[in-house]
Design a protein around this ligand. Structure first.
Ligand code: HEC
Length: 131
C-alpha cells in the first residue's frame, strides 16, 4: 500500500513539474524573441516587417511566407524549418544561408536557443498557440 502511494505520488510530481518547466522555457524564449521583434512578427495577425512573419515555422519551407520578398539565397536554400535547422541557423545565420539579407549576428547560448525554439515553435500557421 505504501509503495503504491509513493508510486502515485511520483507520477503526480513528474506530471506537475514538466509543464511548469516548459512554460518557463516559453517565457524565456518570448523575452529572447525581443531581439527578433524589430524585424519579425509572430502570433495572431502577424505581418511581414523587415523580415517575414514566422508563424507555423516548424515544418515550413524556407522562403515561403506569403507576399514576402526574399533574397534568392533564402528562397533557394532548400531548408525545411524544424528544430535542428532552426537551431543551426540562429547560431550563425550567414553560415547556414550564405547571402541571406537577415542582418543578425546570431545567438550562441544553447539554453537561449532552446528557449527561443520553444517559443517560436508553439505557433501554428494562423499564429494560434498549438495545444
Ligand atoms: C535586422 C532584422 C532582423 C533581425 C533582428 C532578425 N531577422 Fe530573421 N530575417 C530577417 C530578414 C530580412 C529575413 C529574410 C532573409 C532573406 O530573404 O535573405 C529573415 C529571415 C529569417 C528566417 C527564415 C524565414 C523563412 O521563411 O525562410 C528565420 C527563421 C528568421 N529570420 C528568424 C529570426 C529570429 C528567430 C530572430 C531573432 C533571434 C531573427 N530572425 C532576427 C531580418 C531579421
Amino acid at each position: 500500500m505504501t509503495k503504491l502511494t509513493f508510486g502515485a505520488l511520483m507520477i503526480l510530481t513528474v506530471t506537475a513539474t514538466a509543464p511548469a518547466a516548459m512554460a518557463q522555457d516559453v517565457a524565456a524564449g518570448k523575452t529572447s524573441f525581443n531581439k527578433c521583434l524589430a524585424c519579425h512578427a509572430i502570433g495572431e495577425g502577424a505581418k511581414n516587417k523587415v523580415g517575414p512573419e514566422l508563424n507555423g515555422l516548424n515544418g515550413r519551407k524556407s522562403g515561403t511566407a506569403p507576399d514576402y520578398n526574399y533574397s534568392d539565397a533564402n528562397k533557394n536554400s532548400g531548408i525545411t524549418w524544424d528544430e535542428a535547422t532552426f537551431k543551426e541557423y540562429i547560431k550563425d545565420p550567414k553560415a547556414k544561408i550564405p547571402g541571406t539579407k537577415m542582418a543578425f549576428a546570431g545567438i550562441k547560448n544553447e539554453t537561449e536557443i532552446n528557449n527561443l525554439w520553444s517559443f517560436v515553435s508553439q505557433f501554428d500557421k494562423d499564429g494560434k498557440i498549438k495545444q
